[in-house]
Design a protein around this ligand. Structure first.
Ligand SMILES: [Zn+2]
Length: 181
């Protein structure tokens, strides 16, 4: 908890100087905007992520701060074909360079391959991570191949109930049925 807290108001300068990566697991439900996409499905879903930063020679005298973010998760979404849950894998692997101001970011953005972030005293790493994950979401979530039709699943449930639920008169009946199959 305390470390996740830290990740939402990180001192990037110190983080880059120390050079020790943050390796964390964050509950999907703690990323509000992403959790909204998952509509409360599978509330125990997690995002595994790693952030590391380093100083590289650059425009600033003390060096530029570069940040590397990696994350992987599987977000439960509603399949737009069968309306079932489709566990959608998302991956993030992105480099960022910090600049001193929005103006510099605007000016340098076009010629930079890496993404630019504006330096803040307490940087919200989790918000950037969540932005990346949101951008990685598919436009139309869908199974590659939808599972069996819902009607069949309902039938299976009913059969299971019939077999499991009832005391002994039914148990023998279920046994007979199985033999019949
Ligand atoms: Zn489907």
């Amino acid at each position: 908890m305390s470390r996740s807290h830290q990740a939402s108001r990180l001192n990037m300068q110190a983080f880059a100087q120390e050079g020790v990566p943050l390796i964390e697991t964050t509950l999907l439900q703690n990323m509000e905007r992403l959790a909204q996409e998952a509509q409360g499905l599978q509330p125990d879903s997690v995002v595994n992520w790693k952030a590391s930063a380093e100083l590289r020679p650059g425009s600033a005298t003390e060096g530029d701060i570069w940040l590397h973010l990696e994350a992987s998760t599987a977000v439960p979404l509603v399949c737009q074909r069968c309306m079932g849950i489709v566990s959608t894998p998302l991956e993030v692997n992105q480099w960022y360079r910090f600049v001193a101001s929005e103006d510099i970011a605007m000016a340098e953005d076009d010629e930079s391959e890496e993404d630019l972030l504006v330096m803040e005293p307490q940087f919200d790493l989790l918000a950037v991570l969540e932005d990346e994950l949101l951008m990685a979401l598919p436009l139309v979530p869908m199974h590659d191949e939808c599972p069996a039709a819902p009607a069949m699943q309902a039938g299976e449930e009913a059969l299971k109930d019939a077999v499991q639920d009832k005391p002994h008169p039914f148990a023998s009946l279920a046994g007979l049925k199985k033999k019949g199959d």
